[in-house]
Design a protein around this ligand. Sequence first.
Ligand SMILES: Cc1cc2nc3c(=O)[nH]c(=O)nc-3n(C[C@H](O)[C@H](O)[C@H](O)COP(=O)(O)OP(=O)(O)OC[C@H]3O[C@@H](n4cnc5c(N)ncnc54)[C@H](O)[C@@H]3O)c2cc1C
Length: 222
Amino acid sequence: MNYTVNLLMSQFVTHDVKRFIVSKPSGYSVMPGQGVELAINRPGLSEQGRPFTPTGLAADRVLEFTIKGYANHADGVTRLLHQLEPGAELLMSEPFGTISYQGPGVFIAGGAGVTPFLAILRDLARRGELGGQTLIFSNKTPRDVICEQELRHLLGERCLLLCTAADAPGYAHRRIDRAYLEEKISDFDQRFYVCGPPPFMEAVNAALTGLGTRVESLVFER
Ligand SMILES: Cc1cc2nc3c(=O)[nH]c(=O)nc-3n(C[C@H](O)[C@H](O)[C@H](O)COP(=O)(O)OP(=O)(O)OC[C@H]3O[C@@H](n4cnc5c(N)ncnc54)[C@H](O)[C@@H]3O)c2cc1C
């Protein structure tokens, strides 16, 4: 990996997701939605790169990552990342393309799959271009929702939150399926951005194409 960077601080965003602020190499530039590989710079771990999405703004003097820690992954890197103290060294790759903004549309995320959309929506907010964007964001329970206050503030009525495993006011208690999309979306001939676990993406993409969305209008990590 090409860069050695330092963890400057970390803090909880939800009970199992942390925000990591990392030093930014001079001249390093990431497009909103791009991913990078990160590894912990310690013997035995430096080859264990994992993909993550910078969630800060391009002009920030530091990099931000929003990373879910899997405590049950015995050899997992995210579990160890969550235990790092400020000053720890990370190895970082060049950014690589995954999801990029291609115009107004509907962003559909499951869990930590919201991270590329956080980067894109924050960039659009900075440019005053949030009008016409909708976010549909599914989680298990309200306590799992990453950056809920910020997303509700940015998108207002166009921030639609669902919880599959909890019935609580302010969240639809259901999955994102064909019936839900038909209820909430009137135009399927527009751009849809989809990110989440592979089965989530497959189900949402199938529902959208079944409702008439063209495959070329689906933006997801292929
Ligand atoms: C392009 C891209 C961008 C991404 N961006 C982000 C991001 O910004 N934020 C984010 O949070 N995530 C992101 N992810 C997902 C993230 O990369 C994974 O969560 C991460 O790689 C998991 O690493 P890990 O080492 O903890 O676990 P893994 O490498 O998946 O597994 C490590 C070990 O844990 C054990 N294990 C695995 N699964 C289980 C299980 N279900 N139960 C018990 N043990 C298990 C196995 O022993 C395995 O060898 C992104 C993924 C991609 C592809």
